[in-house]
Design a protein around this ligand. Structure first.
Ligand code: SF4
Ligand code: SF4
Length: 62
């Protein structure tokens, strides 16, 4: 299953919670913002979505 991870940078607070919550290393903090680096590793666990304080990250199935 390929999943699409979208970060809304207008809403993102750069808190890093999504990066810390992703145990599959899908996300990394680069240049002081979260970046999707390994979308194929996403399990769809939605932990990043749950932990984001500003609803800035969304995960959907392609
Ligand atoms: S849904 Fe889970 S595996 Fe996918 S990016 Fe978020 S925390 Fe990582
Ligand atoms: S948890 Fe949400 S607000 Fe925090 S860095 Fe990730 S996307 Fe941005």
């Amino acid at each position: 299953m390929i999943r699409e991870i979208k970060i809304n940078y207008d809403a993102c607070l750069r808190c890093g919670e999504c990066v810390k919550s992703c145990v599959f290393s899908v996300l990394e903090f680069l240049d002081e913002q979260p970046v999707v680096v390994n979308p194929k590793k996403c399990s769809g666990c939605m932990e990043c979505v749950r932990r984001c304080p500003s609803n800035a990250i969304a995960v959907s199935e392609k």
